[in-house]
Design a protein around this ligand. Structure first.
Ligand SMILES: C[S@@+](CC[C@H](N)C(=O)[O-])C[C@H]1O[C@@H](n2cnc3c(N)ncnc32)[C@H](O)[C@@H]1O
Length: 259
């Protein structure tokens, strides 16, 4: 396969080459070709990374993940969080859902290093991390109907009109997420960006395999309280932005399209 993460973390190198071609007529953001998520680690972070990343983390790969093997347990629910940033919500929520496997996906290595620190210092057992583009991770590493939940908290808003095509919430990712969710599985999105919230509101019914449940949804089968304000959320609140949250549930209908 041509589009693989580049293990070398040399500043200035491109991390990704060629993204998947979906050819289904839906709109997909092509973030893989944008080399904007670099950053270096402190010596401490690097030492912790070298010691613990092989146990808790993996790079984007073309192999379907063996989730039970990775978490050393069978039968647990699995939730994928795309764009976990520094992992503040991830690390705050995971201890309250210990029966659930949480997989955090992020392009930004310093963010993953911060989450790794939380995992190690607080002995959190139910988080693993994937370094790579969330769309490619879903496409390559998870089979259809394999996830109980997908979370996307405060996705990059890409405010300029010419960058809207980079927004992760659009028809293609929604269809891919629906395909990877089990029937009954949940998609949870939060944003503090008014224009992005409006954009999402216009898309809530675009994917026929996702039933929009709105917010709040008291009967939601999984944790929806993010527990704390992330850096992005705090900034949003300071700027008097309000937070918009969206929940969808995967329908029971079979997905006949290969993706
Ligand atoms: C605005 S930040 C929010 C981080 C975190 N969810 C929070 O609430 O603090 C968005 C994050 O998503 C990551 N990201 C953006 N597109 C992504 C993608 N396609 N796959 C994985 N991560 C992505 C960015 O690197 C960034 O860390």
């Amino acid at each position: 396969m041509s589009w693989m993460s580049n293990n070398s973390e040399t500043p200035g190198t491109r991390s990704y080459q060629q993204p998947s071609d979906f050819r289904d007529g839906l709109a997909y953001p092509r973030l893989g070709s944008i080399g904007f998520r670099r950053g270096t680690l402190s010596d401490n972070q690097q030492a912790r990374w070298d010691k613990y990343w092989p146990r808790f983390g993996r790079e984007l790969d073309d192999e379907v993940l063996d989730v039970p093997e990775w978490f050393s347990r069978e039968g647990a629910k699995t939730i994928l969080e795309i764009g976990s940033g520094t992992g503040t919500s991830t690390a705050a929520m995971a201890p309250l859902e210990e029966d659930t496997n949480i997989i955090a996906v992020e392009l930004y290595r310093p963010g993953l290093a911060k989450l790794l620190t939380q995992i190690v210092l607080n002995d959190i057992s139910n988080i693993r991390m994937l370094k790579g583009d969330g769309i490619e991770v879903l496409k390559r590493m998870f089979p259809p109907a394999s996830l109980d939940g997908v979370r996307i908290f405060f996705p990059d808003p890409w405010p300029k009109a010419r960058h809207h095509k980079r927004r992760i919430i659009q028809s293609g990712p929604l269809h891919l997420i629906a395909n990877r969710l089990k029937p009954g599985g949940v998609l949870h999105v939060a944003t503090d960006h008014a224009d992005y919230a409006e954009w999402i509101s216009e898309l809530v019914n675009v994917e026929p395999l996702l039933d929009y449940r709105g917010w709040p949804w008291d009967e939601c089968p999984q944790l929806t309280d993010r527990q704390l304000l992330t850096k992005f959320e705090n900034r949003g609140l300071r700027m008097e932005h309000s937070i918009s949250e969206f929940l969808w549930q995967r329908t029971d209908a079979p997905d006949t399209r290969e993706i």
